[in-house]
Design a protein around this ligand. Structure first.
Ligand code: ADP
Ligand code: MG
Length: 247
């Protein structure tokens, strides 16, 4: 079993403290929803966990299966089993999805020869047009297509823990459903015999949670978790908005 353990995390960007003492643990097979208003620091959290330059960790610890993630480079964190679907996926002209995944396989000592077949079958499961796989990474893709492409990459890379930053944005109802079903299947079955996936799903809408059923819901305001609970917390949020948690 894998676990991502975040304890007392503080981080700043451009001299401003954005994360202010965040603690949570995500284990294999669990789906955690982190919900917070715009600007509360959700994407900052995803960037800090993945090691994006420009973010300074000023306190706390992050470990994945006991390994200090904060000491690792971004590729090392990915190799350790952490995956991030970014809120705004980067466009990379001239580089195809298959090339990216094959490079990742080679970098982590896996045989890349099965990648095209894996991509084709996962694309089918996610309702992605095969021609889309031939385009440059995220170039000229609609918002929803980028999110599906990110889910596809996750499914083929087979991480231990996935951070999904607003994977719901830009998705229509059908796409939201197919993405959620794929993520859910990974959290129950893992990838090709691996342990089940642990998920930290970041969102500000409860809509995602109707499709991707979380085990835990965390209300995140001003850089820290102000309340944690089960799915009923999302119902309260839907009824009252974030006002009840913002003073
Ligand atoms: P959320 O994803 O919850 O909407 P973000 O983590 O994107 O929030 O942003 C939190 C705060 O941090 C915002 O006020 C944002 O302007 C600020 N911020 C994030 N990244 C940077 C950056 N690179 N430089 C300056 N400010 C930033
Ligand atoms: Mg964000």
């Amino acid at each position: 079993m894998s676990e991502l353990v975040i304890e007392g995390l503080h981080a700043r960007v451009s001299e401003r403290e954005i994360l202010r003492g965040l603690s949570m643990t995500v284990r294999s097979g669990e789906v955690h929803a982190l919900m917070g208003p715009n600007g509360s620091g959700k994407s900052t959290l995803s960037h800090v966990l993945m090691g994006k330059p420009g973010y300074e960790v000023t306190g706390g610890t992050v470990t994945l299966d006991g390994v200090d993630l904060l000491e690792l480079t971004t590729p090392e964190r990915a190799a350790a089993g952490l995956f991030l679907a970014m809120q705004y996926p980067t466009e990379v002209p001239g580089v195809g999805v298959a090339e990216v995944i094959e490079e990742a396989f080679v970098a982590t000592g896996r045989d890349p020869s099965g990648v095209p077949a894996l991509l084709a079958s996962e694309a089918d499961a996610l309702g992605i047009e095969p021609t889309l796989l031939e385009r440059s990474l995220n170039v000229d893709l609609s918002g929803g297509e980028k999110k599906r492409s990110d889910t596809l990459q996750m499914a083929v890379l087979a991480p231990r823990i996935a951070l999904l930053d607003e994977i719901d944005s830009g998705l229509d109802v059908d796409a939201l459903r197919s993405v959620s079903r794929r993520v859910e299947r990974a959290t129950s079955q893992g990838f090709a015999g691996s342990e089940p996936l642990g998920v930290l799903a970041i969102t500000h809408y409860t809509r995602l949670l109707e499709e991707l059923h979380p085990d835990f819901v965390h209300i995140f305001v001003d850089g820290r978790i102000v309340e944690s609970g089960g799915p009923e917390l999302a119902d309260r949020l839907e009824a009252s908005g974030y006002a009840a948690w913002i003073n």
